[in-house]
Ligand binder design. Structure first.
Ligand code: ATP
Length: 134
C-alpha cells in the first residue's frame, strides 16, 4: 500500500519524523485523512489530536495546538505552535492549566483576557483527551 513521510514540527523541536501508512489531521473544517498518493493540499488545523499509523505498528496520537498541514509528494508536514506525543503529555500540568484557566474565566474580572483564557482551557482539555491514547 505504500507509505508517506510525516513531519510534525514546532518552533523548538521535531515531534514526529517518519514513514506512516496514514494520518488523520484535525482540520479547521473537520478531520481529514491522508493516505499515500494524496493530492497536494494546504489546510489550517485547529487544536486537536492528530493520529497516525506506522506499518506493523499501533496507532499513535499527537496533541496539536493548531497550525498548518501541507501535503505534497507523499510528505505530510504539520507546523504547529506546540505539539506533544500522547505519552509525553504531562497530565498534572494540563490539569493545573485547566484549573487556572477556569478560575480566570469564572472570575469575570475586567483585566482577564477571556479569549486567551478560553484558548488555554481548550488546549488543556484536549491535551487531557489525547493523553488517554498513550
Ligand atoms: P501551560 O500553561 O501549562 O504552559 P500552555 O497551553 O500555555 O500550557 P503551550 O503554550 O501550548 O502551553 O506550550 C508551551 C510549551 O510547553 C510547548 O513546548 C508545549 O509542548 C509544552 N507543554 C505545554 N503543556 C504541556 C503538557 N501538559 N505536557 C507536556 N508538554 C506541555
Amino acid at each position: 500500500m505504500g507509505t508517506l513521510q510525516l513531519e510534525v514540527v514546532t518552533p523548538d523541536k521535531t515531534v514526529v519524523s517518519g514513514e506512516v501508512e496514514m494520518a488523520v489531521c484535525p482540520g479547521i473544517e473537520g478531520e481529514f485523512g491522508v493516505l499515500p498518493k494524496h493530492v497536494s493540499l494546504l489546510s489550517a488545523l485547529k487544536i486537536g489530536g492528530l493520529r497516525y499509523k506506522v506499518a506493523g505498528g499501533k496507532e499513535e496520537h499527537v496533541f496539536i495546538s493548531g497550525g498548518f498541514a501541507d501535503v505534497n509528494n507523499d510528505v505530510l508536514t504539520v507546523l504547529a505552535e506546540s505539539a506533544e506525543m500522547a505519552q509525553n503529555i504531562d497530565t498534572a500540568r494540563a490539569m493545573a492549566a485547566k484549573e487556572r484557566a477556569e478560575k480566570r474565566i469564572s472570575s469575570h474580572e475586567e483585566h482577564v483576557d477571556s479569549v486567551r483564557a478560553e484558548a488555554a482551557l481548550h488546549r488543556a482539555v484536549v491535551r487531557l483527551q489525547v493523553a488517554q491514547f498513550r
